[in-house]
Write a protein that binds this ligand. Sequence first.
Ligand SMILES: *[C@@H]1O[C@H](CO)[C@@H](O)[C@H](O)[C@H]1NC(C)=O
Ligand SMILES: *[C@@H]1O[C@H](CO)[C@@H](O)[C@H](O)[C@H]1NC(C)=O
Ligand SMILES: *[C@@H]1O[C@H](CO)[C@@H](O)[C@H](O)[C@H]1NC(C)=O
Ligand SMILES: *[C@@H]1O[C@H](CO)[C@@H](O)[C@H](O)[C@H]1NC(C)=O
Ligand SMILES: *[C@@H]1O[C@H](CO)[C@@H](O)[C@H](O)[C@H]1NC(C)=O
Ligand SMILES: *[C@@H]1O[C@H](CO)[C@@H](O)[C@H](O)[C@H]1NC(C)=O
Ligand SMILES: *[C@@H]1O[C@H](CO)[C@@H](O)[C@H](O)[C@H]1NC(C)=O
Ligand SMILES: *[C@@H]1O[C@H](CO)[C@@H](O)[C@H](O)[C@H]1NC(C)=O
Ligand SMILES: *[C@@H]1O[C@H](CO)[C@@H](O)[C@H](O)[C@H]1NC(C)=O
Ligand SMILES: *[C@@H]1O[C@H](CO)[C@@H](O)[C@H](O)[C@H]1NC(C)=O
Length: 619
Amino acid sequence: MLSRSLIGGLTALSFAVAVAAKGGQRHSKRTSDTSANSGELHDFQVYPPVLTASADAGGKNEYGCVVTQTLMDYDFANSYGVPYVGYYTPPDCDFNRVVIEFNLTSRGRQYDRLAILYFNSTELWRTSTAEPTQDGIFYTYKKEMHQYLPLWKEPQKIIFDLGNIVNSEYTGILNTTLTATFFTVPDTPAAADKILPISRLLGASNSSSVAVLPSEDTAVSYTLPRNLKRAVISVSACGQADEEFWYQNVFSSDTDTFVDVSPVLYGDGPWREVQVLIDGMLAGVSWPFPVIFTGGIVPGFWKPIVGIDAFDLREHEIDITPFIPYLSDGKPHTFNLVVVSVNDHGGEYATIANTTTDSWYVTGKIFLFEDEEGHITTGSMPVIKDPLPSLQITRSISTNSTGTNETLTETTTAKRSLLITSKLKTSSGEKEVSWSQDISYENFNQLIDYGWFQKTIQLTTGTDKTGSSIGYSLSYEYPFNCDWWYFESGEELGIYGNISRSLTFDVLGPSVFPNGVQASVLATSTGKDRLEISGVEKAFDSGGLGSSLRTSQTATGSYYSDDLTTTDPIYNFGSLNQTMSFQGVANDGSVETYSRNVGVVNSTITHDQTLFEVGKSSN
Ligand SMILES: *[C@@H]1O[C@H](CO)[C@@H](O)[C@H](O)[C@H]1NC(C)=O
Ligand SMILES: *[C@@H]1O[C@H](CO)[C@@H](O)[C@H](O)[C@H]1NC(C)=O
Ligand SMILES: *[C@@H]1O[C@H](CO)[C@@H](O)[C@H](O)[C@H]1NC(C)=O
Ligand SMILES: *[C@@H]1O[C@H](CO)[C@@H](O)[C@H](O)[C@H]1NC(C)=O
Ligand SMILES: *[C@@H]1O[C@H](CO)[C@@H](O)[C@H](O)[C@H]1NC(C)=O
Ligand SMILES: *[C@@H]1O[C@H](CO)[C@@H](O)[C@H](O)[C@H]1NC(C)=O
Ligand SMILES: *[C@@H]1O[C@H](CO)[C@@H](O)[C@H](O)[C@H]1NC(C)=O
Ligand SMILES: *[C@@H]1O[C@H](CO)[C@@H](O)[C@H](O)[C@H]1NC(C)=O
Ligand SMILES: *[C@@H]1O[C@H](CO)[C@@H](O)[C@H](O)[C@H]1NC(C)=O
Ligand SMILES: *[C@@H]1O[C@H](CO)[C@@H](O)[C@H](O)[C@H]1NC(C)=O
C-alpha cells in the first residue's frame, strides 16, 4: 500500500533529523556550491515531523503525481506595506496533500519580523523570522497544508507579507524561498468543502488582509450555503507593540507606578480573550498561548532554537455547527473577531474591557462542510449559555521609607464556561450538536526594585468539545514562568532573564487542522481505537484520530549593549533546553511516537536526542 516516493520523503526526513543531531550541515538557498561560512547559525523550531514526498523519488505513481512548485523566491528589504505578490496555478494532476517548505537566509542586524502568507484574502500561515547574525543564519520550516485543499485546487494570488526595514543600522535583508509539494496519501482526512476569510479582504489590492485591532476590524458578511453539516471558525491572533508581551502587562491603573524611575509599563492587565462573534452573538473564545518571537524577553534564549510556535503560530478552532440552523436561512450574517482585556476599575475589581491598546493582528477563517447538494439543513436555533467570565484581581504597592513606589504585586484569575447547543437536521437525520469551552487562567505579576525586575507566573488551561455526534475535543495547558531583570540608562541596555514554559495540546477526533499523525501511511494494523496519554487511556470515537503534544522550554540568558544604535551587543548569551513528545494514533490503529530532547549553550548544541517510532499499539 505504500508509495515509494512517500517512503523516500520520510527517509529524507529521518536523515535530516540525524544530521541535525550531529550539529547540522551547511544549507544554501540557491546553489549547492556557495562556500560554507563556519559561523552560519542554523535556527530551528522543535516540532513533530511532517510527512512529505520527494519529487525525485519517482514522478507519477499509483497515488497520483509528486510535484514541487516554487511559490516565491524573494528578498525582503524595505517591504513594509509592500508584500510579495505572485500567482499560483494548481498542478495538472490529482493530489490530496500539500506541504510547504519555507527557507530563509539573512546576514547582519535585524529585528524579528512577523510574516503572513495569504491566498487572496485568506491567511494560510503566520510565522516570524529568526534574528540574523553577522555570520548569517539559515532555517527551513515545513508545514502541512491539506486543511486548505479547496483553496489549493483553484488558482490563487499569493500574498506574502513580511514587513522589513533595511538601513545603516538594520542591515539584514531576508532572503526567502517558498515551495509547495503536492502528493496523495490514502485515508487523508477530508478537508472542508469551502473556506471563507474573516479578514479585511484586501487581497484584490495586493495588500495584507490582517486586521490590526483595535483601530481596524475584521467584520465580514457572508450568505452561507444552505446545505451545511459542519462549520468551524479558526482564529489566528497575536499581540504586537504594547501587546506583544500582554501576559506581563499591568492593570491600567498601575502603568505609572514607577514612572519616575523605570520605563513606562503597558496596561489593560495580563488577560486576553479573542471572541468569535456571529451577528454579535458569542460563538466561542480563544485564550491565547504566549508566543515569544526571537527578539523576545532575552534574545539569547532563541539562538538557534526558536520559541514554541514562533515559526508557525497555532490557530484555535471554534466549532460553530450549533449555529447552522440559524445560518442556513439564505441571508447574510456577520462574522467578527474582537480581542478583550481587563478593566481594573481603579484597582478595585475587574470586568471585561471590550478592547486593548495597540495592537492585535487578527484574522479568521470559516471552514464549511457540506451535506448533499440541494438539501437544506434545518433544526433548532442555538441556545447559548455564556455567562460572563469570572474575573478576579488583587493588587498591592509597597513604597520605600521616603514614599517612592518600590514593589507592585498583581494577581488575576479568570474562568469561563460556555455551552451552545442546537438540533441539526441533515440528510442523515436529526441530531443534537453542541460546543462547549471550559477555560481557566491565573496570573501573578510582581515588579520589584522600582520596576527593574519582573516575575511572572501564568497558567492557562482549557477544554473545548463538540458533542459526541461530531466527536472533537481539545485539552490545552500553557504554563508560563519568567524572571526578568532589566536596566537601561542612556545608551546602555542590560537584560537578564530565565524562563520556563510549556505547551500541551491534546486533540481527539476530527480537527480541521492536521493533528500531525502520519502513522497511517507507515503501518497498517486493525482494531485499535484508544490513545495512551501519560498513562491515561482515553477512548475516542470510532473513526477518530488523536494526538498528544507536550513541549517545554527552559532558558537563561543575558544581554548587554553600551551603544544601542550602531553596534552589536557586547554580550548576548543564552542557554536553552527543550523537550518535546508527540504521540498519535491513526484510525487504522497504528501508533506514532516522536520525541526530541535538545539543549543549547551559547548557540552550540550540547545534546540532541530524537526518537521516532511507528508501530502497532501494545493491546
Ligand atoms: C530549502 O532547504 C532545504 C534544506 O536545506 C533544501 O533541501 C531545499 O532544497 C531548500 N529549498 C530551496 C527551494 O532552496
Ligand atoms: C540576500 O539577497 C541580497 C540581494 O537581494 C544579497 O545581496 C545578499 O547577499 C543575500 N543574503 C544572503 C544571506 O544570502
Ligand atoms: C484569487 O485570486 C486569483 C488570481 O488573481 C483569482 O483568479 C481568484 O478568482 C481569486 N479568488 C477569490 C476567491 O477571490
Ligand atoms: C498586484 O500585483 C501584480 C503582480 O505584481 C500586478 O501585476 C498587479 O497589477 C497588482 N495589482 C494591483 C491592484 O496593484
Ligand atoms: C505610585 O503608584 C501609583 C499607582 O500606580 C501611582 O498612582 C502613583 O503616582 C505612584 N507614585 C509615584 C510617586 O510615582
Ligand atoms: C466598548 O466600550 C465602550 C465604553 O464602555 C463603549 O462606548 C463601546 O460602545 C463598546 N464597544 C463595543 C463594541 O461594545
Ligand atoms: C526611595 O526610592 C527613591 C527612588 O529610587 C530614592 O531616590 C530614595 O532615595 C529611596 N529612599 C530610600 C530611603 O532608600
Ligand atoms: C530563574 O532562576 C532562579 C535562580 O536560579 C530560580 O530561583 C527561578 O526559579 C528561575 N525562574 C524560572 C522562571 O525559571
Ligand atoms: C539544561 O540541561 C542541562 C543538563 O540537564 C542542565 O545542566 C542545564 O542547567 C539546563 N539549562 C537550562 C537553561 O535549563
Ligand atoms: C559565546 O561564544 C562566543 C563566540 O563563540 C564567545 O566569544 C563568548 O565568550 C561565549 N560566551 C560565553 C558566555 O561562553
